[in-house]
Design a protein around this ligand. Structure first.
Ligand code: MN
Length: 383
């Protein structure tokens, strides 16, 4: 119960108890019973009620959904198409939980948050974002998604913030949209779903976008997508294309290419967020750094892989509710560089909340992972 003390204070202060019949009586009863004075100090931070900000939470727009379903009917045998192809076969009125929950922002989603004591979701356009479309379509669907995201955040400023989609297919025009997303729409960062047509951000043609993110002082969340057409074949068996193997293989490859390609020598303040406890990279860092130093070309980088990862990367817990991995990742990266995430609606909210409520870490670390780090990384105002 330690982990949820203080929440009732937070909810009360924000007027939700009086205002919202959506809040579940179960959570409220639990939290009222658990309300106690906070006894833990949080380093130099003021003593604050615990707040749960989930940082990798997916949505879709009708335009993205229609565009992807259209592509999935084109005969393109691309690994990312599997899910969308199934949704394209839905008959009118036929329910599909994931399809419906991705398109929903204000009904089931907010109730699910209330029922589980989740204060805020950091929303991002679901994988693979706009990256399978031709450039004009990608630009248009990203702009529309960013407008819709800003509108829902304006209606629920205490419940949602969001990461802007952008079109790497048009790297010269995209910095304008990135600027608009932060300075006009007041979004909190950027979402990229790994490769774009088999190309990665170490390619210099994409660097105007990295320059923009660094100058805007907002992170790029590199979310997984399935391996590209060029490397798809061995992932077609045993359901390996997505969360079992393809996602983290692909995304770890992407981040490693960026590190070794000198991206962070050029953009030393660029912040990258990786989900799924860092897509395996925290585990491999020693070996990557060691082999790079002994057999690679160390003189080609100012900062080596280990130091770069510690300086430029933050990871989230999405989809890995494993306390042993959490302990390791905090040991490797420090508690300031790990954020909590659910991976809604692909993962279920309650086990992710229970995991972080009860993880064997200090209360100071729990506050960092649940909200303090997210407030810092995504510029979310404290409440
Ligand atoms: Mn996800």
């Amino acid at each position: 119960m330690l982990a949820i003390r203080g929440i009732a204070m937070s909810i009360d202060r924000r007027g939700f108890i009086a205002a919202s019949a959506l809040l579940s009586s179960r959570v409220l009863a639990e939290e009222t019973a658990a309300q106690k004075p906070m006894t833990q100090s949080h380093g130099s931070s003021p003593r604050r009620p615990l707040r749960r900000i989930a940082t990798e939470e997916a949505f879709a727009t009708p335009e993205q959904m229609a565009g992807m379903i259209g592509l999935s009917r084109s005969g393109w045998e691309n690994l990312d198409m599997g899910l969308w192809r199934a949704w394209g076969r839905l008959q009118p009125g036929q329910a599909n939980r994931l399809h419906d929950q991705l398109l929903d922002l204000e009904e089931v989603r907010i109730k699910e948050m209330d029922d589980n004591g989740v204060h805020m979701q950091v929303l991002s356009l679901t994988s693979p974002g706009v990256q399978q479309f031709d450039a004009p379509t990608a630009v248009s669907i990203a702009q529309d998604a960013n407008d819709k995201l800003a509108a829902v955040i304006a209606r629920h400023p205490n419940r949602f913030c969001g990461l802007a989609a952008f079109a790497p297919q048009d790297p010269k025009r995209t910095p304008q949209e990135m600027d608009r997303a932060i300075n006009q729409l007041k979004l909190n960062g950027f979402i990229l779903n790994s490769h774009t047509n088999g190309e990665y951000l170490d390619d210099r043609k994409f660097w105007p976008m990295l320059e923009a993110a660094e100058a805007l002082e907002r992170p790029i969340y590199i979310h997984p997508r399935c391996p590209s057409d060029d490397m798809a074949k061995p992932f077609r068996d045993y359901g390996m294309a997505a969360g079992i193997c393809g996602f983290h293989t692909e995304t770890a490859l992407h981040a490693t290419r960026m590190i070794l390609g000198g991206v962070f020598d050029q953009f030393p303040k660029l912040q990258i967020v990786l989900g799924h406890m860092g897509e395996g990279l925290p585990y491999w860092l020693y070996r990557i750094d060691h082999v790079w130093r002994s057999t690679g070309s160390p003189d080609r980088l100012k900062t080596g892989p280990m130091d770069t990862f510690h300086r430029n990367f933050v990871v989230t817990t999405s989809g890995v509710n494993d306390p042993k991995v959490l302990k390791f990742v905090i040991d490797q990266l420090g508690a300031d560089n790990v954020m909590w995430a659910i991976d809604y609606p692909y993962e279920v909210t309650k086990p992710a909340v229970d995991f972080m409520n009860t993880a064997p870490i200090s209360e100071e670390e729990r506050h960092k992972l649940f909200y303090l780090n997210a407030e810092r990384v995504f510029h979310i105002p404290a409440v």
